[in-house]
Write a protein that binds this ligand. Structure first.
Ligand SMILES: Nc1ncnc2c1ncn2[C@@H]1O[C@H](COP(=O)(O)OP(=O)(O)OC[C@H]2O[C@@H]([n+]3cccc(C(=O)O)c3)[C@H](O)[C@@H]2O)[C@@H](O)[C@H]1O
Ligand SMILES: Nc1ncnc2c1ncn2[C@@H]1O[C@H](COP(=O)(O)OP(=O)(O)OP(=O)(O)O)[C@@H](O)[C@H]1O
Ligand SMILES: [Mg+2]
Length: 277
């Protein structure tokens, strides 16, 4: 449950920079996000929200805050397992729904994905292309339910993912809002602990679950503590490359890698362009 700043555990052993929020800041973030969710639903004239529940920390935290904003009846969770998903993680997702007392469904998406793969068998050999089919299938199902039940779709993207483009275009980013979109990953975990998410979920290794054994850290080549630090200090904070390297004690290549991820994903953070006339 709630922790004092002294008790607030550093969730990693030795991050390059400690981005922990104070107790007062955590409470402020919680209230701000809760009223953000309530406002989005209200402004849309909707009767609640829907979100994909993966058992990961981003969707778990978003679900907790959404129940605070909308009540149990205001949130419909959908768990959408596929062949490569770890059954333990999927049961974590169901545990979250059960503990929160929300309506939830489990929809097996492997057969849906298989029908896409049958249409383009060669494309299905490409790990990322195929993985994105699962991610986009979940978006279609979220909107199917949202349309039918007059709900909005809650995104679960955080600031580290948004800035590095570590999401599927029109997949997990195909949502109506991103309540935790301003939080770096360290802060997501910290806020999750603060609102009472069980520690085993807080400490779970982040994975997109697009293929067996995938982890965010391995695919990006950097862990989130490093990504968060470089974003906060250099990309968002504006400290020069050299000063960032000195300040964080990280290799230049790590800073360059984050900048590369940021720059090459610009197209994912803007509306599709059209000629100006
Ligand atoms: N410069 C440009 N201007 C306009 N459009 C551009 C473009 N470059 C690529 N594109 C378009 O973007 C497409 C590539 O983007 P996209 O389809 O997203 O595919 P891509 O970025 O290649 O793959 C998605 C990445 O996000 C990761 N992910 C996905 C989902 C969830 C999570 C998670 O953390 O849970 C992580 C996944 O592991 C993978 O690394 C291209 O096929 C092309 O259509
Ligand atoms: N098997 C799944 N069933 C339902 N929704 C899913 C599933 N896998 C992913 N999602 C949705 O896609 C979102 C993006 O996945 P992502 O992995 O970034 O977040 P997470 O799983 O909540 O947390 P973490 O990044 O720590 O794994 C999830 O938050 C969830 O809303
Ligand atoms: Mg995940």
């Amino acid at each position: 449950m709630s922790q004092t700043p002294e008790q607030s555990v550093l969730l990693s052993e030795d991050p390059p920079i400690d981005l922990r929020l104070s107790e007062a800041e955590l409470e402020e973030a919680r209230e701000r996000i809760v009223s953000f969710i309530a406002d989005v639903v209200d402004d849309a004239g909707a009767e609640g929200a829907v979100l994909g529940l993966s058992g990961g920390i981003d969707s778990t935290l978003t679900a907790h805050l959404a129940v605070e904003a909308l009540g149990e009846d205001g949130l419909h969770g959908i768990t959408m397992p596929a062949a490569m998903n770890d059954p333990d993680v999927m049961s974590d997702a169901e545990r979250v729904a059960h503990d929160l007392g929300i309506e939830y469904d489990v929809v097996e998406i492997q057969p849906i994905a298989e029908s896409f793969f049958a249409a383009f068998p060669e494309a299905a050999e490409d790990r990322t292309a195929a993985g994105n089919v699962y991610v986009r299938t979940r978006a279609v199902l979220n909107y199917f339910v949202a349309n039918a039940e007059n709900r909005v779709v809650l995104g679960t993207g955080n600031r580290a993912e948004a800035m590095t483009g570590y999401f599927t275009k029109y997949g997990d980013q195909a949502v109506d809002c991103n309540p935790i979109g301003n939080l770096y990953k360290q802060q997501v975990r910290q806020l999750a602990a603060h609102v009472g998410v069980p520690r085993d979920l807080v400490m779970q290794e982040p994975t997109a679950g697009m293929w067996e054994g995938q982890t965010d850290a391995e695919e990006m080549g950097l862990d989130y503590d490093t990504v968060d630090a470089i974003l906060a200090v250099h990309v968002d904070g504006g400290l020069s490359r050299a000063a960032t390297v000195r300040e964080l004690g990280l290799p230049e290549e790590a800073v360059d890698r984050v900048v590369e991820l940021y720059e090459r994903s610009a197209h994912k953070r803007s509306m599709p362009p059209a000629p100006t006339r």
